[in-house]
Write a protein that binds this ligand. Structure first.
Ligand code: EPU
Length: 287
């Protein structure tokens, strides 16, 4: 087996910068969790491919971090490599790179009078994360507005997939180990798009604890039900462990009041799952 330090040597030889023991909490909306052994922000798809190749040769796992809006990092942090597509963030019309701010894209296209994404107003994500998780809510999901997705395959090839080939499902895709590089959106001029955008955004502001440190909805909605309602009916609003609590405004959210640990949040998750009358599956990813 190749020595672990070979990974940063390999990257240094290719002038790809890598940070060691980078705290990940600040990169997430929950603001919780330990460091990544290696943290890489490639400046091009070639650098991304090189980082993946190096990681494979060094037998290190690789994870993709988006805007950290649907993610809980454990207190002990993440072994191996975390990649963030900070620099792959350009938009050319409706072709948008994975690191582009998705909420910004939704706002911009609505302002341009283009219909298709306005129902996703206010969802915090990068484009790659929104595709990967098929981000959505009451009014729709990302998949409906996608024309194609460009990916880097596990073999290091760049491929363009049609929407059907992406295998979209509720809060997920069939992309497996492939990395989203960019997506093409299928949007069309329509009336009332700006108004609809504002309406969806204000509904979200009224029903969710925006502006606090949280990871959005913690649990998937079970078939035919709503996790938020179930948690409410169990009387768990306001339940607290350490510096984290179940939101009073929307009980499918857990809020970090400042200084919460991942252990606090996971303890709340376990208590909710133990008391809910049916299985609640985490929507938030835990690293
Ligand atoms: N409810 C309660 N008590 C509460 C809050 C809500 O009983 O304190 C009830 C509501 O009355 C409603 C039901 O729960 O009947 C569902 O609530 P809501 O309409 O807010 O929608 P949701 O199913 O909880 C989904 C998405 C959200 C998305 C919203 C709005 C999931 C798991 N959640 O929430 O997505 O923002 O619709 O479009 O699909 C996320 O994915 O992180 C997320 C926040």
């Amino acid at each position: 087996m190749v020595a672990v330090h070979a990974f940063d040597t390999f990257l240094a030889e290719r002038k790809i910068s890598v940070r060691l023991d980078e705290p990940l909490g600040p990169y997430t909306t929950m603001k919780v969790g330990g460091p990544a052994d290696y943290f890489v922000e490639p400046r091009s798809p070639d650098e991304l491919a090189a980082a993946f190749l190096a990681a494979r040769e060094c037998e290190l796992p690789v994870r993709l971090l988006g805007s950290g809006a649907n993610l809980l990092i454990r207190d002990e942090g993440v072994r191996g490599v975390v990649v963030r597509l900070t620099h792959l963030n350009r938009r050319a019309g409706l072709h948008v790179e994975a690191g582009y701010n998705f909420a910004k894209l939704v706002k911009e296209t609505a302002a341009e009078g283009l219909g298709g994404l306005e129902c996703l107003a206010g969802i915090p994500a990068q484009v790659g994360g929104a595709i990967r998780m098929n981000a959505g809510g009451r009014h729709g999901e990302t998949a409906a507005a996608v024309k194609y997705v460009d990916v880097l395959t596990a073999d290091g090839d760049v491929r363009r997939l049609t929407r059907d080939q992406v295998g979209f499902r509720y809060r997920g895709t069939g992309l497996g180990a492939a990395v989203v590089l960019a997506a093409g959106f299928d949007l069309h001029p329509a009336d009332g798009i700006r108004e609809r955008y504002e309406e969806v955004l204000s509904q979200k502001k009224n029903s969710q604890p925006l502006g606090t440190h949280n990871a959005g909805c913690m649990f998937k909605n079970p078939p035919g039900g709503h996790a938020g309602r179930i948690i409410d009916e169990c009387g768990l609003k306001g339940l607290r462990v350490g510096n984290a609590h179940v939101s009073e405004k929307h009980p499918n959210f857990i809020e970090n009041d400042g200084g919460a640990t991942a252990a606090d949040i996971l303890s709340l998750v376990e208590q909710i799952q133990a008391r809910a009358p049916l299985p609640l599956e985490l929507e938030v990813l835990v690293w």
